[in-house]
Design a protein around this ligand. Structure first.
Ligand code: HXC
Length: 511
């Protein structure tokens, strides 16, 4: 008798685990997608998944739904570990009613989000859903609303990561949109507010789902997503790598990993990184990887606004967020896209106690009507604001140009940066020598010899780090080869930094 009961539990579990049945599982596999359960298994450490609400069903009776009540209601929820550290997970099951969101499906997601907030661990959401369950109407919409509110409350409290692994359309996109990072899978996921059919009707544009809201669109054009991956397996592996950099919540420091790289490693090659000609580009990523423990750099938004580089490294085993101008793309100028990209990254780091390293080689802001009409003033201010409000340890290294407003924006001393270094190759000034001479000596412009002399004089006097260093705006001019050591020691010195803000309800960052 007892044996039967135990047996029955196993049978019920088996049925629940099969989701929408073998045929639909095969169809999911046929599209190159893993099932909701396979994704969870792959994401978490082996045998670490604790599932909740496996038998939860919807209570809808419209459209004969009382006769179609699959166990689990189209989403798998619970917690487990990633390299031993706790995370909460939900994974929508497209084989069950298209992964559509009912009132109970939403309740399951809310349950683990509440636990994540209470117990201080990240939430990872795997999205693969036809959206609001049509049979449930407004109950479904209410469910989405409850999830949205939790996304907002959790923002800045626990890291939230979204994997998009199938359809994600309509208002459903706004839950991932409010999380910290969105990863998409190429050719099998899409996100849009209105689909291709509605677009055709309203604007007469003909566009495929992939063009409108695929991984490529969102990582290259819209910047809605932070990374695009070849398949489910790769995307999940990259989420595991990302989680290793992050703290579990905003009251904890990021994890410290054993490291196998001398903090005072000297990199002689950096002494020749900067080309003779100030207009010749070089790859800032070379500097980043040479500063990082074991050369490991986890880039965020690699395919968008390449003129600024954002991502995570470790120094002495501790996570550091890096923001760096990239001279290889648009000479490293700041513009709307790069300012928005970096501002969001800086705010993430600040919210989660991740120190920020800023590497500066910036000729200024991108000129043009397009930039001005699209609001470069407001968007550029986002980055300025983000740096200025951040209270985490901030270390800045100027490698070459730091001109004008962009000098101030890029974590200058004036924005409460803690340690500001400059390489001897730095030029910290209002603008480059040529531009400055042309304005200051306009009347001499016809006389090439005079202008050349003026330019040379300006270069000698101002195109260097020492004017700023004399004023204490630069703490020290350092040898490029010793940068890793200097930066690592600066962060070590800042480990117990505490900085407070004036009382306010919240700020009013120029959104
Ligand atoms: C109920 C749904 C569903 C939904 C899919 N299914 N979407 N059931 N509500 N929203 C079911 C299908 O009936 C089908 O059931 C199974 O899931 C698989 O769907 P298919 O259509 O066979 O799959 P596919 O051809 O791959 O197409 C996937 C799809 C399509 C593109 C997602 O199903 C679709 O367009 N669905 C409707 C999407 C939609 O309009 N949703 C509402 C959006 S508004 P069987 O039993 O045959 O397997 C929204 C607002 C959120 O979400 C608001 C937040 C505030």
């Amino acid at each position: 008798m007892m044996k039967d009961i135990l047996q029955q539990l196993e049978e019920r579990r088996e049925t629940a685990r099969l989701g929408g049945g073998q045929k639909r599982i095969d169809s999911q596999h046929g599209r190159g997608k893993l099932t909701a359960r396979e994704r969870v298994e792959l994401l978490l450490d082996e045998d670490s998944f604790e599932e909740y609400d496996m038998f939860k069903t919807h209570r809808c009776t419209d459209f004969d739904m009382q006769n179609n009540k699959p166990a689990g209601d189209g989403v798998i929820v619970g917690w487990g570990t990633i390299n031993g550290r706790m995370v909460y997970v939900f994974s929508q099951d497209f084989t069950v009613l298209g992964g559509s969101v009912s009132a109970t499906h939403a309740q399951k997601i809310c349950k683990i989000m509440d636990m994540a907030m209470q117990n201080g661990a990240p939430v990872i959401g795997i999205n693969d859903s036809g959206g609001a369950r049509i049979q449930e109407g407004v109950d479904s919409l209410a469910g989405y609303g409850e999830v949205f509110e939790r996304n907002i409350m959790a923002s800045g409290v626990v890291p939230q990561i979204s994997l998009i692994m199938g359809p994600c359309a309509g208002g459903a996109v706004y839950s991932p949109a409010m999380t910290d990072f969105i990863f998409m899978v190429k050719d099998s996921s899409y996100m849009f507010v209105t689909g291709p059919d509605v677009v055709k009707t309203v604007t007469n544009e003909h566009v495929t789902a992939e063009e409108l809201g695929g991984a490529s669109t969102h990582t290259k054009k819209s910047s809605v997503a932070d990374g695009a991956f070849e398949n489910d397996v790769e995307a999940i592996a990259e989420v595991r790598r990302l989680v290793d950099f992050l703290p579990l919540n905003n009251r904890e420091k990021p994890p410290v990993r054993p490291f196998f790289d001398e903090p005072d490693r000297i990199e002689d090659s950096l002494d020749t990184l900067i080309p003779e000609n100030p207009n010749t580009p070089y790859d800032m990523k070379e500097l980043i990887t040479k500063l990082a423990d074991e050369g490991d750099f986890y880039e965020i938004q690699q395919d968008f606004a390449g003129n600024i580089v954002t991502g995570f490294i470790r120094m002495e085993g501790q996570t550091v967020g890096v923001v760096a101008n990239q001279p290889m793309v648009l000479a490293g100028v700041l513009d709307i896209d790069s300012a928005r990209k970096a501002a969001r990254f800086v705010r993430f780091c600040d919210a989660f106690e991740i120190p920020i390293l800023t590497l500066v080689d910036v000729p200024g802001f991108l000129p043009g009507t397009k930039q001005e009409y699209d609001g470069v003033i407001k968007h550029g201010a986002k980055l300025l604001f983000a740096y200025g409000e951040a209270t985490v340890p901030k270390v800045t290294v100027i490698t070459r140009k730091a001109y004008g407003g962009a000098y101030v924006v890029m974590a200058s001393k004036h924005l409460r940066a803690d340690v500001n270094y400059a390489w001897p190759t730095s030029e910290i000034a209002v603008m480059g020598a040529k531009g400055a001479t042309e304005i200051l000596y306009r009347s001499e412009l016809g006389d090439e010899e005079k202008i050349a002399k003026r330019t040379q004089d300006y270069e000698d006097a101002f195109a260097n780090p020492f004017v700023a260093a004399e004023r204490g705006f630069i703490d020290e001019v350092i040898q490029p080869r010793s940068t890793r050591k200097r930066v690592a020691r600066a962060f070590a010195m800042l480990r117990n930094k505490k900085q407070t803000m004036p009382w306010k309800k919240h700020d009013n960052i120029p959104l």
